[in-house]
Design a protein around this ligand. Sequence first.
Ligand code: SF4
Length: 313
Amino acid sequence: MIAGSALYQTAVELNRRAAICIPEDARLAVGQLCQRETHSLSRYVLEQIMENYQVAVAEQRPMCADTGLPRFYAKVGNEAVVEGGMVGLEEAVRRATAEATAAIPIRPNRVHPLSRKDQNNNVGVHAPTVDYSFEPGVNWLELTVVHKGGLFGGDYRMLFPADGVAGLKRFLLDSISEFFRRGMSCQPLVVGVGIGGTKDVCVRLAKEAACLRIVGDRNPDPDIATLEEELLELGNSTGFGVMGLPGDGAILDVHIEIAYTHTGGMPIAIQHFCFAHRRATARIGADNSIEYRGNPCWFTPFYRRESISFQPA
Ligand code: SF4
């Protein structure tokens, strides 16, 4: 059985890792962007970002002063047994969020939306959120922490089937222009694109695509993978560089996820995940072993299944 204490300790440590240590895939991508950048000011800012990554780890302090909003993603094995069930899991991650807020420390950003009441622990109504997915035939549980802001870089548009890929590209360019020209979503960043579903599913998929796939990962559908590469090239051909400065590009990668949708529409959502690319994952085994992992592997074949019954490859 997966113990509540293992969940709690892992969730505290994941918050610490996410806040302080930017994952290797994002760090390498920022370094490669810096090497390619020919505009001196953009290149200087990229160098400062990379130095900031190193200082955060050396001093064990959060990489950005705005530590975003902690949120959790739980991939639960179908055979996993969790002490206290999912109610126990939710209590463990709430206690861990409060503990991590004080111990790391991270900024207590979460407030009541009207009264602005702040409990000073990043806990409150629907805070932190836990999103679930399931995995057949395994008894472990994977927990991922993401510290993402949410003020800027999120966009949604209801397109129609006739708008097609051209409409999607126009929306991407509109969204980039809106946020990049003022440096509002803190480029360089990863762009997640959700296509289809209903509005809420579309927005959720865009966020998961931005936050839960590593830089360089391609969608297993070859047509979608090709579109990811096309959008990456298009997004980096606008003349925008880091933080709204002129430059050779500010997008580290584009990840697309789709969901079957209403025959009359083609909803599109876009989410930016900034250079404070805060994400950390661990797998907790049935024996309470803890393995920290660089890749959240959130989008499994089961999660993307198309048929009624799941047929493993
Ligand atoms: S968008 Fe990212 S880098 Fe910019 S202030 Fe927020 S967390 Fe920090």
